[in-house]
Structures are given as C-alpha cells and as structure tokens.
Design a protein around this ligand. Structure first.
Ligand SMILES: [Fe+2]
Length: 317
C-alpha cells in the first residue's frame, strides 16, 4: 500500500496488455501446471483438524463457566487498555481486510483456467482457492471477537466499514489473467517470459492493500486511504521500506535477475525494470523524508470513527 503514490511515470505499457496472456497457448501452461499444484501447493494448506480456531485463542464461556469467563474478559480488557490509538486503527484496518474475504475468492474465480466454475470443482486450482478461503476465514473471526471483547472499539462503526468495503469491492489490474493473479506465488519456471512481464506489469501499477476503498464513514474513500497510509507509517506496521523489502525478497526468491533463457525483448526490459525498482523506491523514501523535513509540515489531527472519533496526528503528504 505504501507504494500507492509512486511509480506513476513507470506505467508505459497499455492497460490492455494483459489480455494477450489469455491466448490459448499461454493458458495451456496453467492447465499443465495442475499436477504441480496438486503436489506442491495443496499440501501447503493445513487440514481442518490441524488448524487453530478462533475459540482456541479467546475466552470460551462454555469451557470457563460464567465467573471464569468474566475474569478472562477483565484480563483481556486490561491487556488491551494500553494499546496506542494508531495501533488500534491499524488493527481495525487489518481486521476489516480479513472480513472482506468474500471479495477475494470472487476475484480468484474471475481468473481463466484456475477458476472454480461450479463452486465445487475437483481441480487442484479450485480446491486451493476454496481451501485458502476457508483458512483465511478464521482470521477475521478471531480479530473481530477479540476486538468486541476488548471494549476499545466502536464496533458498530467497524461493522459498517466492513459492510461498505464488501459492497464497494476492489480494483484488480488484470482481472482475468491467472499470470497476473498468481505472479506473487508461482509460475516463474513454467513460463519465465510471461511471468517476468506480468510481474513488471503489476509492479508498475503498484501493489495496494485490498483495502484501497476502505472508509471509516467520515471521509471519502481515497481520502481515508491516504490518511490511513500515514497512520500505518507512523505506527510502523507497514511502511515504504517494508514494501521495498518484500519486493527484494520476491526478486531474489524467483531469481529474476538471473533469468536468461527464453526472454523476449519485452521480457528483458521487464527484468531490467524490476532489478532497478528497489533502489528507485529507496531513493523515493529518502526524497520523501528530505521533503517533509524541508517543508516543516505540521501534523494534522485525523479523527477516526472506529476509536470514537479520537484524532491521530499525522503529517499528510
Ligand atoms: Fe488473512
């Protein structure tokens, strides 16, 4: 998300370039990867039996009895009492992102080949989409219940935010191309040229949190997101350096700089762009810091509905 405001000038290829990835011979690669997904990706999902459940992590009234439950809740509230406001806001944003889960499998099911066409397809791709969604579903549940018990949040405002976010959806840059959809997790060896170009395509458009349309009800969508980015930077939960670190990890992990065989001219340009990107981001961080210092900007108080309109002071760009 911190990369949202950067790399505007880097958008050089046409918006519709991703459509060329829907050619039958390209999609065939994804079909042929099915046994690989079965063998290497599906085992990454935990079975239901091996998964923690929200009830394992929170006070359970059935197991503790009413006195024990009451005591456990008091202890939970005492521990939550000292959490600073900016961290509370980041926690809500994370929880809301998890609770918008219906949006993500809908997105995955727009991808050619890998989609779960019937809702109960037996393909490895479809089982992975459902298994992943099922694992993810626990994250929102545990955060939501913790927040409810902690007594530190205006839960009605938080719940309204969840409803709004699911209603508003999320923008996907290449909505039908599995190459773009999965470029963060697979496909580099199967088709390095397509993969490196898809990665550059996505990075030129920046990786935002799925919550770009998040809105606490007091600001218009984009306005709130910009303020939230400033709050997350202040809290240190996710910064431009984190974004750069993740990108560096992915470039290393996939050996992007070492790819040689089978790269087209466009593929080599994408490779050069990606190799230079982390340094570019670092220079941007330094410039942003220098600019803020020079401008001597004063922090602006931003009231947030989720924490009863208490303001958080941040320097806005
Ligand atoms: Fe999650």
């Amino acid at each position: 998300m911190a990369g949202r405001r950067q790399e505007k000038k880097g958008v050089v290829d046409k918006e519709e370039e991703w459509r060329s990835y829907l050619a039958p011979e390209r999609l065939q690669v994804l079909k042929e990867m099915e046994p690989w997904v079965e063998e290497h990706v599906l085992p990454l999902l935990k079975s239901v039996e091996a998964s923690w459940q929200p009830s394992d992590l929170l006070p359970d009234p059935a197991a503790l009895g009413s006195d024990g439950f009451h005591e456990a809740c008091i202890e939970l509230r005492e521990r939550a009492a000292g959490v600073p406001d900016e961290l509370l806001v980041c926690l809500v944003a994370n929880m809301v992102t998890e609770e918008a889960l219906p949006t993500y499998p809908s997105g995955l099911n727009r991808l050619e080949v890998v989609r779960d066409a019937t809702g109960a397809d037996a393909t490895a791709w479809a089982r992975w989409i459902r298994g992943w969604s099922a694992e993810e579903n626990r994250h929102g549940d545990v955060l939501n219940r913790y927040m409810h018990l902690s007594g530190r949040f205006d839960m009605r405002e938080v719940e309204r935010t969840v409803q709004r976010l699911i209603r508003d959806g999320m923008t996907v840059h290449a909505p039908a191309s599995p190459f773009h959809g999965f470029v963060y997790v697979a496909i580099f060896e199967a088709d390095p040229d397509a993969a490196v170009r898809a990665m550059a395509y996505m990075m030129r458009r920046r990786i935002d949190m799925p919550t770009a349309f998040i809105n606490d009800g007091r600001h218009s969508g984009g306005d709130f997101y910009a303020r939230f980015i400033a709050i997350a930077e202040k809290a240190g939960t996710y910064t431009l350096s984190d974004y750069r670190g993740i990108l560096q990890h992915l470039i290393r992990q996939w050996g992007v700089e070492e790819l040689t065989a089978g790269l087209s001219g466009e593929g080599r340009r994408a490779q050069d762009y990606l190799a230079a990107l982390p340094n570019k981001i670092q220079r941007m961080e330094e410039k942003a810091h220098d600019r803020a210092v020079k401008a001597g900007k004063k922090p602006t108080p931003v009231p947030i509905s989720w924490i009863f309109d208490r303001p958080i002071s941040v320097v806005l760009p």
